[in-house]
Design a protein around this ligand. Structure first.
Ligand code: PLP
Length: 433
């Protein structure tokens, strides 16, 4: 009935998350409010871990893409769940360090890492820096030598699989800002260079083919292309790489009719493909890394708002204004992402209205959705937007100088703040006269 397993309905007809009444949580903490269910997050971690165990003999690892939702509490959950962590900036690395995240379990990504970022990563002992280009390869080698370290790296390769369309296409496409192209020979050149560099240890290859993907085939195709390339590297240099990082991008259910791939079937089919190509090309099966972000945290979160004015424009549309918007969820204004919304205090009632959810920012485009079906809504109602656990808090801004909402984490029905609401004073604390 609901897009996420952690959501439900209680005897008062209120929406619940993790067994807790959302209307009560809104009263306690105020709105707008992000609420996340830790049990749901851990459940996702467990099913990824178990499927790697089941289909690939445990010769692999989950690396949570922290950009989806990064805060101390989440990094700590990742440690406890024994999953690795992707970071892409000093800020994410700092957050991980602040809770003592094991550096060897960190993957540092990014297409334009700064020298400061590379130095910080080397000094913290980050286990894998995912190198994007030749310039970075040279700089990282030089920095590692001067720090007296041998830095573990993966090379980011563009396998030329575009999974963003529903019917994914294998293109010769090299138009991406990320990584080395295969077809131009650039990736092979980089691999040869990296193997020669004294400051670097080339552990393996990485690819990431997109996000919110519902098909398994593009993942299998990417795995196949990457393994063939690993075999080509072995043939050309005599060196077998040990790690194959297949990236993330597993789709989640935002709308009731979305039908995401079960992690289990993903792992089963990808494992079969990997074993098949390895046999064919006489390769040792590599250590597989998968990097889910959205699918670990997305379904575990919701955002609660209070409805303000309901503006009916006859023959045009009905605007329902909420006390948040693009500042806490920029995904609609960025790429028209669709969400399900409901009136949390009337969750048992039928959805009889079709409305546009409008934020409070001074932008006409500040919407959370159009043509959204919702219960009969009035000012003062609590509106829940569902499956907002990924790329909402982490993409939030202070546009219009609106403080960012807090994050409440539920565990076994107990609530605790893991990110406090930003204060007005924090908004001006860096201002100078
Ligand atoms: C964004 C990203 C991910 C996670 O993607 P999701 O769609 O959130 O699963 C994984 N790896 C890399 C390199 C990424 O850029």
């Amino acid at each position: 009935m609901f897009v996420s397993d952690c959501l439900g309905l209680n005897g008062m007809g209120h929406l619940t998350i993790g067994g807790r009444d959302t209307v009560e949580l809104a009263e306690i903490y105020g709105t707008p409010l992000y609420v996340m269910d830790e049990n749901e997050i851990r459940k996702a971690c467990t099913s990824y871990r178990e499927s790697i165990q089941k289909y690939y003999g445990g010769n692999g690892m989950v690396a949570y893409a922290s950009k989806a939702f990064c805060c101390k509490a989440m990094c700590k959950i990742a440690i406890e769940e024994q999953i690795a962590l992707d970071v892409v900036s000093l800020g994410e690395l700092h957050t991980a360090e602040s809770v003592g995240f094991p550096p060897e379990q960190i993957y540092f990504h990014g297409n334009n890492k700064t020298v400061a970022e590379l130095i910080a990563a080397i000094e913290y002992g980050v286990g894998q820096i995912v190198v994007d280009n030749l310039n970075e390869l040279d700089i990282l080698n030089a920095l590692s030598i001067s720090e007296g370290k041998k830095t573990g790296i993966l090379l980011r390769v563009k396998p030329g699989v575009d999974a963003h369309t529903h019917n994914f296409i294998r293109t010769g496409q090299i138009d991406s800002k990320f990584g080395f192209a295969l077809e131009t020979g650039e990736a092979m050149h980089a691999a040869k260079q990296a193997l020669e560099m004294p400051g670097l240890q080339l552990k393996g290859l990485h690819c990431h083919i997109g996000s919110q993907i519902f098909d398994i085939d593009p993942f299998c195709l990417a795995a196949k292309i990457m393994l063939e390339f690993m075999a080509d590297i072995r043939d050309a240099t005599g060196k077998e790489l040990k790690v194959l990082d297949l990236g993330g991008g597993f789709g989640i259910k935002y709308l009731p009719d979305h039908d995401p791939v079960a992690y289990d079937s993903y792992m089963r089919q990808v494992s079969e493909t990997v074993k098949e190509i390895c046999t064919k090309r006489n390769l040792t099966t590599p250590f597989i890394v998968i990097e889910p972000g959205r699918s670990i945290v997305g379904p575990a979160g919701i955002t609660l708002y209070t409805a303000g004015c309901v503006k009916e424009i006859p023959g045009v549309r009905t605007y329902v204004s909420i006390d948040g918007g693009m500042g806490d969820n920029p995904r609609y204004i960025l790429y028209q992402s669709e969400y399900e919304a409901m009136v949390a205090n009337k969750a048992d009632q039928p959805k009889t209205r079709v409305v546009t959810l409008a934020g409070k920012c001074c932008e006409s485009g500040d919407l959370l959705g159009e043509n959204m079906q919702i219960q009969d809504v009035q000012a003062g109602d609590i509106i829940a937007v569902l499956a907002t656990g990924a790329y909402n808090y982490s993409m939030a801004s202070n546009y219009n100088r609106i403080p960012r909402p807090p994050v409440v984490m539920l565990k076994d029905g107990m609530d605790r703040l893991v990110v406090q609401r930003e204060t007005l004073d924090q908004l001006i604390e860096n201002d100078l006269l």
